[in-house]
Ligand binder design. Structure first.
Ligand SMILES: Nc1ncnc2c1ncn2[C@@H]1O[C@H](COP(=O)(O)OP(=O)(O)OP(=O)(O)O)[C@@H](O)[C@H]1O
Ligand SMILES: O=C(O)C1=C[C@@H](O)[C@@H](O)[C@H](O)C1
Ligand SMILES: [Mg+2]
Length: 172
């Protein structure tokens, strides 16, 4: 069995995934890190030098690769389920259980404000109002994909440890 964590940028996929992997003693794979290692470039460098379409093609390729593995905790990128056939591939992957980490717009704005620079899609947004408006629209479009996950876990007002324990309790 594998657990696939899905959700918007800042929903906690990477942080919770790492914690979860320690608790259940599964290998942890963060798709963004996997892409960066394989391409030998950071995500912002890939967007800058090769463009988003190149990134999305590689994201699809490497997603298919890691979905073949078992006993892993897989944290996806924020956009992964929303392009091409990716969500179908996730839902049809043998032994994969997908979890949508659902977070409110204010929580996402709070978490992403100090970390905008590492995320090319929001790095240019200057004020809290701009970030709030962007996330509101973007999340509305993306929720269609995220909500197809096998399970939804609300993250607002919960610590990383509490969310990880909640997931473990619901599955094992
Ligand atoms: N429930 C939470 N409570 C407090 N802080 C949180 C929570 N979830 C995530 N964070 C913080 O928000 C920031 C973003 O989290 P993280 O990098 O795990 O998000 P992500 O979903 O992997 O984003 P991306 O899609 O961009 O990779 C981190 O600094 C993390 O510590
Ligand atoms: O939400 C998105 O589309 C992205 C989220 C990040 O995890 C990275 O995959 C990249 O910055 C794109
Ligand atoms: Mg991440």
């Amino acid at each position: 069995m594998s657990i696939v964590l899905i959700g918007y940028m800042g929903s906690g996929k990477s942080t919770i995934g790492r914690k979860l992997a320690k608790i259940v003693d599964f290998e942890f794979i963060d798709l963004d890190d996997y892409i960066q290692k394989k391409e030998n470039l950071s995500i912002p460098q890939i967007f800058e030098t090769k463009g988003e379409i190149y990134f999305r093609k590689k994201e699809h390729l490497y997603l298919k690769e890691v979905l073949q593995l078992s006993n892993i905790i897989l944290s996806l990128g924020g956009g992964t389920p929303c392009y091409g056939s990716n969500m179908d591939a996730i839902l049809n992957a043998e032994g994969a259980h997908s979890i949508y980490l659902k977070s409110s717009i204010p929580s996402l704005v709070k978490r992403l404000t100090p970390e905008k620079a590492q995320r090319p899609l929001i790095a240019h947004l200057k004020t809290e109002e701009e970030l709030t408006e962007f996330i509101g629209k973007h999340l509305f479009e993306r929720s269609f994909y995220y909500s197809q996950s096998n399970q939804t876990v609300v993250t607002d007002g919960k610590s990383i440890a509490v969310i990880a324990e909640e997931i473990v309790a619901s599955l094992f």
